[in-house]
Design a protein around this ligand. Structure first.
Ligand code: C2O
Ligand code: CU
Length: 561
């Protein structure tokens, strides 16, 4: 492969993502950050300089497995020390597999502050995708609050608890419109935006040629929102999920949760003198009224130059689904299956597991502080990066408690917790090399009766097979798992009051977080860490672990040697 080098400066800038001026975290003066386009097998070098005045920064490459480079995963307090203001750090890793990915901040709530961008990997020269297309477009979905992330973080960890609320705007490629809607005339209680929209919040219009086949890459880096995505009048053929090929299936819309990526194919075979809407409606949580979907335009070339504000009226806005249509959500999720192909080898799961871990997801009230916990432990990260503490055996950097692999038989997942209290700490599960792990993510009722939330779970360092979803409490006797054609993914939804089962093989030494991708939930403790064959982690470059206890160890090492 090729080596692709980038020089990035991360800084706060004044910006109007949804026409309201705020501070965003930009890269090289851009929001969202620049798109990386590479080919499978390429090496990516990102020289990242922290131009924030008073806070550290890291960037995580979401969906990239970091084979042999666990230190480049970009997770503060896990894979590396946060990069200090003024410092530069070099990320150096291989993008081994074609697919649709993205990158984002992974320190505090820097993703919600706008630190993200797209990362597209094409097949290597000479290799072929199992589908054909003429051209492609890239869509990055996110959500946006007017309140600063610092205020959000403090509110979430305060007593009394201050919830951040629903986002002010849904952004498509970093652009939204607050206080009006491009589709105002179609939305009850909404007003149409006027002609003079600020340049920074003008929708990115996708201009396409008629009678062609397009690949649309869609990634969601939302902080909170689950979205239903569609392209008016155009059916979409699903071909890829999280960097893995899936069975081709036609859909009118797709449900995309935070951390998911998809590719769909569309044919530009509609009447070319009309514009068509691209829409992203909030689902899974009660949306605000009036509805504020993310909107932009698919525009057939050649068309009038200002398609946004006059032309779209001629085609209707896609219909919003019911926000609480979980039946529809489950039926969409179950349509995603691995591609069966004679041309490509799509890895199949081992037929049995060596170790099964059940992770109960609860919402807790710890003396007035609202937290999320996994098997009764709410994640608090240590000051020394776990990769360092584990590799060098620094016991002071670790929680000595061995985390639970199941939860009590009498726990009722349909009811609020009887004892709402939980513990805080670092739940580190240690795995030997080369074994098959099953994880059952088990949802439960939150503190309020008759309520359970959606949580998209994301694993670093791996793809996993999604073996199935079910209602209520998982039971090994009666819960059906798909071992025939389960899709490989790195992100998977957990439905309210239900369970999700995944399987993976521990073939990638590293220290990998497994967490809810909803950023306020992770901030409130919703995650665990998988320490995988740590004894096989090779040496890490200097600069990765020069903080906390590892700084002293490395220093002592260099003095004695
Ligand atoms: Cu995209 Cu740990 O996250
Ligand atoms: Cu969550």
């Amino acid at each position: 492969g090729e080596v692709k080098s980038y020089d990035w400066n991360v800084e706060y800038m004044y910006w109007k993502p949804d026409c309201v001026e705020s501070l965003v975290m930009g890269i090289n003066g851009k929001f969202p950050g620049p798109t990386i386009t590479a080919k499978a097998g390429d090496t990516i070098l990102v020289k990242l300089t922290n131009k924030l005045h008073t806070e550290g920064v890291v960037i995580h490459w979401h969906g990239i497995r970091q084979l042999e480079t666990p230190w480049a995963d970009g997770t503060a307090a896990i894979s590396q020390c946060a990069i200090n203001p003024g410092d530069t750090f070099l990320y150096n890793f291989t993008v081994d597999k074609a697919g649709t990915y993205f990158y984002h901040g992974h320190y505090g709530m820097q993703r919600s502050a706008g630190l993200y961008g797209s990362l597209n990997v094409d097949v290597a020269d000479g290799a072929k995708e199992p589908f054909a297309y003429d051209d492609e477009i890239t869509i990055l979905l996110s959500d946006w609050w007017h309140q600063s992330v610092h205020k959000q973080e403090v509110g979430l960890s305060s007593k009394p608890f201050r919830w951040i609320g629903e986002p002010q705007s849904i952004l498509i490629n970093g652009k939204g419109q607050f206080g009006c809607s491009l589709g105002g005339e179609f939305i009850n209680g909404s007003t149409k935006c006027s002609q003079d929209i600020d340049e920074q919040c003008q929708p990115e219009v996708f201009s396409i040629q008629p009678k062609k086949k397009y690949r649309v890459r869609i990634a969601s880096t939302t902080s909170l929102a689950s979205l239903n995505f569609s392209i008016g009048n155009h059916t979409m053929t699903l071909v890829e999920a999280d960097g893995n090929y899936v069975q081709q299936v036609e859909v009118d819309s797709l449900n995309i949760y935070s951390g998911d990526t998809y590719s769909v194919l569309i044919e530009t075979n509609q009447y070319p003198s009309t514009n068509y809407w691209i829409s992203a409606y909030q689902i899974a949580r009660k949306p605000p009224h009036p509805l504020r979907p993310g909107l932009t335009i698919l525009n057939y070339k050649p068309k009038a130059p200002n398609p946004v504000l006059d032309a779209p009226s001629s085609s209707p806005l896609p219909t919003p689904p019911l926000w609480n249509d979980f039946t529809g959500g489950k039926s969409f999720a179950s349509k995603i299956l691995a591609l069966q192909s004679d041309q490509l080898t799509i890895p199949k799961p081992p037929t049995s597991f060596d170790r099964r871990i059940v992770l109960l997801n609860t919402q807790n009230n710890n003396s007035g502080y609202i937290r999320w916990s996994i098997n009764n432990v709410s994640l608090v990260l240590p000051t020394t990066p776990l990769l360092g503490s584990l590799k060098y055996g620094l016991l002071n950097g670790l929680d000595s408690e061995k985390p639970a692999e199941d939860f009590p038989a009498n726990y009722d997942v349909m009811k609020p917790p009887v004892n709402p209290n939980s513990n805080s700490g670092g739940s580190v599960y240690k795995f030997d090399y080369g074994i098959t792990i099953d994880v059952i993510i088990q949802n439960a009722n939150v503190l309020e009766p008759h309520t359970s939330e959606v949580h998209p779970w994301h694993l670093h360092g791996h793809d996993f097979w999604v073996l199935g979803y079910g209602e209520g409490r998982f039971s090994s006797e009666s819960s059906n798992l798909n071992l025939k054609n389960p899709p490989l993914r790195n992100n998977v939804v957990l439905f309210p009051h239900g369970w999700t089962a995944i399987r993976f093989v521990t073939d990638n030494p590293g220290v990998w977080p497994f967490h809810c991708h909803i950023e306020p939930h992770l901030h409130m403790g919703m995650g665990v860490v998988f320490a995988e064959a740590v004894n096989r982690i090779k040496t890490v470059p200097s600069g990765v672990l020069e903080c906390g206890l590892t700084a002293k160890t490395i220093l002592a090492d260099s003095i004695t040697s």
